[in-house]
Design a protein around this ligand. Structure first.
Ligand code: ZN
Length: 328
């Protein structure tokens, strides 16, 4: 359960728009809430639903403790209906069922609210059926649609809804959201910088390929500090086999980039910025081995390698050149 106040810290604009409407008693009969995963779509739709029912609101804030609020929180309110994809899509029958339910007046008041999550997953038939429903708005019926991509929704539906755009999470919020999901601080930080996307970050956390990739990167760094010949061989025999396509190699280069950024952070005493927290000793070794100047040159070389990769230079060439540039 979240309050408008809590939502406001991440979504100040959307919160202001909605709480203004609530306070002026000007709630719309259809909302389309758009935002990436983790931006608060569900929390906002629950708060909106409460504002249609709660009789103890203070300003725009529902009480969160009356019978209506409690049942909306638990998903058991008889006049608040939830629709989500069944399998891959939201089907016509689901919308038809909803319409049928709504022909009866509300069980406890005349108000009814339906929440359609991942509304972009509606089949064309379902969307057309919903459209008819939206075209005959009744004062006592409200629709709340949520989606990650409002453009994937029929224009005719979109134009009948008030669009509420939730802004993407900033990196600190994403990091905290990942820690809340049970990731270590290091992984939360690393996956935030690598993906800047909650879902992609959660996927990386479960990915054996990625766990192995990180080990290989640490091995490569150690070899660079001891034996360059071995490092070149390692690139050919192991690195390029594991990072076997361009997308994977980009992740490899990004990890190297953040490693050397960590080395730089140690050089300039910005220790609280470190990403590879559990490799602190290794990074200290790297900082002993590569001077601040070396590190700057390597950071440039990695960024250049990444550019070359985008320009379709052969991955083997990109990695061999970079390995040589990383020699002290
Ligand atoms: Zn209440």
């Amino acid at each position: 359960m979240k309050t408008w106040n809590e939502i406001a810290s991440n979504q100040p604009i959307a919160t202001r728009i909605l709480t203004n409407m609530i306070e002026r008693n000007r709630l719309s009969h259809a909302y389309l809430i758009q935002g990436q995963k983790g931006t608060g779509k569900k929390a906002v739709s629950i708060l909106l639903a409460k504002s249609f029912f709660c009789k103890n609101q203070i300003g725009s804030e529902p009480c969160h403790s009356c019978k209506d609020c409690v049942r909306i929180d638990s998903g058991n309110h008889p006049d608040v209906h939830h629709i989500a994809p069944e399998g891959a899509s939201i089907k016509k029958e689901q919308i038809a069922h909803l319409q049928k339910e709504f022909t009866y007046t509300g069980l406890e008041s005349n108000q009814k609210v339906y929440i359609i999550t991942e509304a972009d997953k509606m089949t064309t038939n379902a969307a057309n059926r919903l459209l008819k429903f939206l075209e005959e708005p009744s004062k006592k019926t409200a629709a709340i649609l949520t989606t990650e991509n409002a453009h994937a929704i029929l224009d005719t539906i979109r134009s009948r809804c008030q669009l509420i755009a939730l802004r993407p999470l900033n990196t600190n919020q994403l990091e905290l959201a990942l820690i809340e999901k049970g990731l270590s601080k290091e992984n939360a930080r690393l996956f935030t910088v690598l993906t800047n996307d909650l879902q992609a970050a959660l996927a990386l956390d479960q990915d054996d390929w990625f766990a192995q990739a990180r080990k290989l990167m640490v091995q490569l760094i150690e070899m660079l500090q001891t034996n360059i010949e071995e490092a070149l061989l390692f690139i050919q025999k192991q690195w390029l086999l594991h990072f076997s396509d361009r997308e994977q190699l980009k992740i490899g280069l990004d990890m190297l980039l953040y490693w050397y950024k960590d080395v730089m952070y140690l050089h300039i005493d910005e220790n609280d910025q470190l990403v590879f927290l559990s490799y602190r000793e290794n990074i200290e070794k790297s900082a002993m081995y590569w001077s601040k100047q070396d590190t700057t040159a390597i950071l440039y070389a990695i960024m250049e390698a990444r550019r070359h990769l985008e320009q379709n230079v052969h991955p083997t060439l990109v990695m061999e050149k970079l390995t040589l540039q990383m020699q002290r």
